[in-house]
Design a protein around this ligand. Structure first.
Ligand SMILES: [Fe+2]
Length: 273
């Protein structure tokens, strides 16, 4: 089956990717992922969890790709990328890509909900470069770019995959566990969140944040986003999505404050979703 897919894709590549402008985002996505592998190798001895991400990056078969159709990037994303993202330092020269190359990628809102006032629904965007969708295909690992507008708080959430962030521009504060210490992520810095760990992200200051993200594990795993209610309980909303689609909310569960804290404390030994 795999062999057939490979041959099929080579034929597809020849027949569909004819013009230089069609191929440019594919070439730039490949360039970015190759650059990331070399960058992570330089940091591997500081963070042992990076080894598996590097191995997956080095195993990418760039003959397996998806067809990306017409691109209509959200205007607020385009404006933020043009005005407030600077990729000037050594740590953020992503394979010599510039902002125009990043704007050539296909970008989407991460979450979909009509008339929402939540900053993470309105102000978070992704461009998927590798995974079940995006430019290149993998069943085991996803990589992409993520943009968070100023003021965005991505609330406490959990998922049963390992998550990786590399900060390219701007500044974030990340919290692990409800009672853990928060830490900041600046340009050129990396964080890895183990599977099942409760965590949140918050943009610091007036500039948007541009990240490279990765998910390693079951790429179809849902996300549970936790919100505290007025009656001191916790509601966990499950978000799921199919390849090529946005995250949509599908289910929720409620926990008492005591139960929530027991499950998601830094002292908890359990892996929870
Ligand atoms: Fe996450």
């Amino acid at each position: 089956m795999g062999g057939y897919f490979y041959i099929h894709n080579l034929l597809y590549k020849q027949s569909h990717r004819k013009t230089m402008s069609d191929m440019k985002p594919y070439q730039n996505a490949e360039k970015l992922l190759i650059w990331l592998s070399s960058k992570l190798q330089a940091d591997e001895n500081k963070l042992l969890e990076l080894t598996q991400f590097i191995q997956e990056l080095d195993d990418i078969n760039y003959s397996f790709f998806h067809q990306i159709d017409q691109i209509t990037n959200p205007p607020e994303l385009v404006s933020a990328l043009k005005k407030n993202i600077f990729l000037n330092s050594y740590a953020t020269q992503i394979g010599s890509l510039n902002i125009d190359n990043i704007l050539d990628f296909d970008w989407k809102h991460v979450y979909q909900e009509e008339d929402s006032k939540n900053s993470y629904i309105n102000g978070m965007f992704v461009s998927r470069l590798l995974g079940l969708d995006g430019y290149y295909r993998s069943d085991r690992i996803a990589f992409g770019l993520m943009l968070l507008l100023p003021g965005v708080l991505y609330p406490l959430h959990t998922h049963l995959v390992q998550e990786f962030y590399y900060c390219l521009s701007g500044k974030l504060v990340i919290q692990h566990d409800f009672d853990g210490q928060s830490f900041s992520l600046d340009e050129g810095q990396i964080s890895v969140t183990p599977e099942g760990k409760l965590h949140s992200l918050e943009v610091v200051g007036k500039n948007p944040v541009l990240l490279i993200y990765s998910w390693l594990g079951n790429l179809r795993a849902p996300i549970r986003i936790w919100e505290k209610t007025k009656s001191d309980k916790w509601e966990g909303f499950v978000w799921t999505r199919l390849p090529g689609q946005k995250w949509i909310t599908s289910d929720k569960k409620e926990l008492s404050d005591e139960c929530f804290k027991k499950l998601y404390s830094k002292y908890s030994q359990n892996l929870n979703m």
